[in-house]
Design a protein around this ligand. Structure first.
Ligand SMILES: NC(=O)c1ccc[n+]([C@@H]2O[C@H](COP(=O)([O-])OP(=O)(O)OC[C@H]3O[C@@H](n4cnc5c(N)ncnc54)[C@H](OP(=O)(O)O)[C@@H]3O)[C@@H](O)[C@H]2O)c1
Length: 214
């Protein structure tokens, strides 16, 4: 399965590192093509990296069957509006935590919705999956916390898409946990927000993981 990552920042590097290390074929699309090329070159150097290509967002066609929106929530909304036709018939992975970054007080999405559900409304032809919003970028890049693989919580209305993303996550050395339909993204986004709020009091410096132990 080919994966396109839109964005060239911390999460693009984190998710890209895990997928490249697993040998996935990746396309990195950025609004800054130089940054996309730099990240693609970096990811190409990972062990077992498959082909990693780079391109300019909006100018180059989206190649992946799976498209990860590694963007701030407001940018993901803009891109979803602009690329809705191109993203039809693909799995679109929403990783956002739609925190109100001006106040850091709550989420900007309606209280009975989630970023993932709002994006799904803009992408009627695509299958939206919520994933990776509870894993911090640095932990994705290193692939573990305290010697333990990361847990990746997944919510989507499509069993096929859930299976596809769970399989990618597993190939990339993490544990997928499918928690239910896309409306559970609301709870996942709350988890992601709480995980962020906990960093200062817990002194974990964005290096912690939300993980189920048994
Ligand atoms: N960082 C984490 O640990 C973490 C964990 C879980 C979830 N998330 C979520 O993951 C998403 C990405 O976070 P990040 O940490 O990777 O952010 P980041 O490092 O700031 O990277 C954001 C990327 O989005 C691009 N971008 C910003 N505005 C854009 C626009 N209007 N159009 C096109 N591209 C735009 C940036 O491009 P430029 O470089 O050109 O500005 C950059 O490539 C966010 O929604 C965040 O809530 C982050």
């Amino acid at each position: 399965m080919d994966v396109t990552i839109i964005g060239t920042g911390n999460m693009a590097r984190g998710i890209g590192t895990r997928l490249a290390t697993a040998g996935a074929r990746l396309q990195i699309l950025g609004r800054n093509a130089d940054e996309a090329r730099t990240l693609a070159n970096e990811l190409s150097g990972k062990a077992a990296a498959g082909q990693v290509t780079a391109g300019q967002l909006d100018a180059d066609p989206v190649a992946g069957d799976v498209v990860v929106l590694a963007l701030p929530y407001d940018a993901a909304v803009e891109v979803a509006k602009r690329l809705a036709d191109q993203l039809a018939n693909r799995i679109v992975v929403d990783i956002t935590n739609p925190v109100n970054f001006a106040t850091f007080d709550g989420l900007v999405v309606p209280p009975d919705s989630s970023a993932a559900q709002e994006l799904a409304k803009l992408l009627p032809g695509a299958t939206v999956v919520k994933a990776f919003n509870t894993t911090f970028a640095g932990t994705l890049t290193s692939g573990e916390v305290n010697g333990q693989p990361l847990d990746v919580f997944i919510a989507t209305d499509s069993p096929e898409a859930a299976k596809a993303i769970a399989s990618l996550v597993e190939q990339a050395g993490m544990r997928p946990i499918e928690i239910g339909p896309l409306r559970r993204a609301r709870e996942l986004e709350a988890m992601g927000y709480v995980h962020m709020l906990a960093q200062d009091p817990a002194g974990t410096g964005f290096g912690s993981a939300l993980k189920l132990y048994s």
